[in-house]
Design a protein around this ligand. Structure first.
Ligand code: ZN
Length: 149
């Protein structure tokens, strides 16, 4: 199945797999005012397919900033590295939260480059994390460190 259109069924599966969260900034669809997109990780313009393994759920902000980028600059090492790939990498292996769960911190070159390029700490997103944390709706458990890893 390599058509370049995302079907309604694929969209449903992508949302279910992502548990309704942007796979980059982990904003939750249920608490967003803008619609979420099914994003092509390798852009269609660069030959990316619409197979489920090339699709990710992204909020409008992350989707706009990612656009057709696959790489970004790690501000620490000043190396150009691959951006986070939600299908082949785990969020918690590349990112962590600050103490009050409002700021995403890149813990690897890929993590840091992705925080920078996709602006994962946009003001509105930070404010929403703060409010959702206070009401017990944030952070998603998948983003927390696992003791056995
Ligand atoms: Zn996002």
């Amino acid at each position: 199945m390599s058509n370049d259109r995302v079907t309604a069924e694929q969209r449903r599966l992508v949302i279910e797999r992502a548990k309704g969260c942007c796979e980059y900034c982990v904003s939750q669809m249920d608490f967003a005012t803008q619609s979420f997109s099914v994003e092509h990780i390798l852009p269609r313009a660069k030959g990316g397919s619409s197979d489920l393994e090339n699709l990710a759920l992204a909020c409008q902000g992350c989707n706009n900033h990612k656009f057709i980028k696959m790489e970004g600059l790690d501000p620490l090492t000043e190396q150009t590295v691959s951006l986070f790939h939600p299908r082949t990498q785990r969020w918690r292996n590349h990112f962590a939260w600050n103490d009050d769960y409002t700021i995403v911190i890149g813990t690897t070159p890929t993590g840091r480059a992705t925080v920078n390029e996709l602006y994962l700490n946009r003001a509105g997103v930070i404010n929403l994390r703060r409010v959702l944390f206070a009401s017990g709706e944030h952070p998603p458990s998948e983003t927390l460190p696992k003791r056995d890893e």
